[in-house]
Design a protein. Structure first.
Length: 207
């Protein structure tokens, strides 16, 4: 069975950047955030069940889930979070499996922001790759790309696993602070070679 890598890290740590580098090395990326977003776009499979569970006010005029409204509900009410996850997680699981089944012999990389927090995900993947960086760098990166308030980024960080817990669950950690993108790519390539030694032989006369 092809290797299954779980890629995780806190918000703004550099997961998507690393995921793109792994794809260049030959992996097929399965992005659970993108899957989740797709399910909650207009016509997405989660829209009808969300409307039934939470009412029309969590669905925007265009038919997508209203993210701001939903975030408010979930922040205010832990049971709403459980219900939301009860709708989204099985649908994400189905689509994840469909994409994985379509990936042939390629190494699969599952980008899962909350992988360390999920015993199911940890059991499912063969290796866990954690992208780590200091919290102030996470905050800087997220603010640079979006109009969030600093407090919102910090609140998200507090809801995610602490860095130490994430590192403890890792088979490899890439510390993504102060690295140029080329240096980061070199670190990614080194983990890839370690985990896919056979790949080194393809097209090379060393083997
Ligand atoms: P999220 O959890 O919010 O999806 P993420 O962990 O996927 O975030 P990225 O989107 O990969 O993080 O990175 C956040 C931002 O930081 C991006 O704009 C990315 O280009 C930039 N970035 C990440 N690592 C580096 C680096 N080593 N050098 C320069 N820019 C970087």
């Amino acid at each position: 069975r092809p290797l299954q890598i779980g890629l995780t890290g806190g918000i703004g740590s550099g997961k998507s950047t690393v995921a793109a580098m792994l794809v260049k090395l030959g992996a097929v990326l399965i992005d659970t955030d993108a899957i989740s977003r797709g399910l909650t776009l207009p016509g997405g499979a989660a829209i009808d069940p969300l409307r039934a569970a939470f009412g029309n006010d969590v669905i925007a005029a265009d038919g997508a889930m209203d993210r701001v409204r939903m975030r408010e509900r979930v922040f205010a009410d832990p049971s709403a979070k459980v219900r939301l996850e009860g709708i989204l997680h099985p649908l994400i699981g189905l689509e994840t499996q469909r994409q994985s089944d379509a990936a042939g012999d390629a190494v699969r990389v599952f980008d899962v922001p909350l992988l360390v927090e999920s015993s199911r995900w940890r059991a499912r993947v063969d290796r866990v790759l954690v992208i780590d960086c200091p919290e102030h760098v996470q905050v800087q990166r997220v603010l640079a790309r979006s109009a969030w308030a600093p407090g919102t980024v910090e609140a998200v960080i507090r809801q995610q696993a602490p860095r130490a817990a994430r590192r403890a669950a890792a088979d490899a950690v890439i510390f993504n602070d102060g690295l140029t993108l080329d240096e980061l790519a070199a670190e990614v390539a080194s983990v890839w070679q370690r985990w896919n030694p056979v790949e080194q032989c393809h097209g090379s006369d060393r083997c």
